[in-house]
Write a protein of this length. Structure first.
Length: 278
């Protein structure tokens, strides 16, 4: 929705796209109504894009590339940058690493990891947070979260490991049907050849040891074979690169994984929990 406050909230990419689109439109001798007709938008929508009252959507960027891009690929590149602009500030640096990672090894405790979330689960989770967000912002964040799924099918293939607390799978987010669909999707993801999925059972601490007590973490191996650790809590984030600290986190993750169910047993539990929600 076009809003005056968007003009100040829009990121640098949106402003660059707006200026470039206007310049190229004028260079092609097109009015706003004429460009709108070509793209399937109203003149008001083109005007809103050029003033950042409503920054260009992903679909509009595709049309701009085809109609006035001139084969330069600038609007195509802007699609990626615009998606990055939608992420929360504390997440933007990490998502660039995630997109390029050779391996991701993640331990989560409270909810299903963002990479593995369905649209409805993500919408319920994001929309139910505090402070409350405007509906438009919720949809932006949902769209940005779903775009991360491209990592599953990327070439070269990324190796993805996920260890999740059983309590996160039993915590119903968004209603029984939303949670059931989330569990079924998680089961589908767990059967991908580049994904290893394990559940940390509720009773893993019965013997007095619970190696996940320090909280969530994600270990990242970059294309340059650099090893990093990403931590996030209460809308704050930390990227750890000190080798000795990274080693400690890697050892802790290995101990957490050693307490988890095997992949086959974990898959069985997901399907069982999904069945219980029918």
């Amino acid at each position: 929705m076009a809003r005056a406050e968007n003009k100040t909230e829009a990121g640098g990419t949106a402003h660059l796209v707006a200026a470039l689109a206007k310049a190229l439109r004028e260079q092609h001798g097109l009015t706003q109504p004429q460009l709108g007709d070509r793209l399937g938008y109203t003149a008001a929508a083109i005007s809103a894009m050029e003033t950042c009252a409503q920054p260009a959507s992903d679909q509009m960027l595709v049309g701009l590339e085809q109609e006035i891009g001139g084969g330069l690929g600038v609007f195509e590149k802007a699609r990626e940058l615009m998606r990055l602009d939608k992420y929360p500030a504390q997440f933007k640096n990490y998502v660039l690493l995630e997109q390029r990672a050779l391996t991701l090894s993640t331990y989560v405790t409270f909810v299903v990891h963002g990479l593995f979330q369905t649209e409805e689960y993500a919408r319920a989770l994001i929309g139910g947070g505090y402070p409350p967000l405007k509906d438009e912002r919720v949809e932006e964040l949902v769209e940005a979260r779903l775009a991360r799924r491209a990592l599953f099918d990327r070439d070269p293939t990324a190796l993805i490991e996920l260890v999740v607390e059983e309590s996160a799978l039993r915590r119903t987010i968004g209603g029984r049907e939303v949670m059931r669909e989330q569990l079924l999707y998680l089961a589908e993801c767990a059967q991908r050849r580049n994904v290893t999925f394990q559940v940390l059972p509720l009773d893993c601490g019965l013997g007095g040891e619970h190696f996940g007590a320090h909280g969530e973490m994600t270990l990242v191996e970059t294309p340059e074979h650099e090893h990093l650790v990403y931590l996030e809590a209460q809308d704050e984030s930390l990227l750890v690169s000190t080798p000795t600290k990274v080693t400690t986190y890697a050892h802790r993750y290995a101990k957490i994984r050693s307490q988890a169910m095997g992949p086959r047993e974990s898959l069985g539990l997901i399907k069982q929990l999904a069945g219980e929600l029918q």
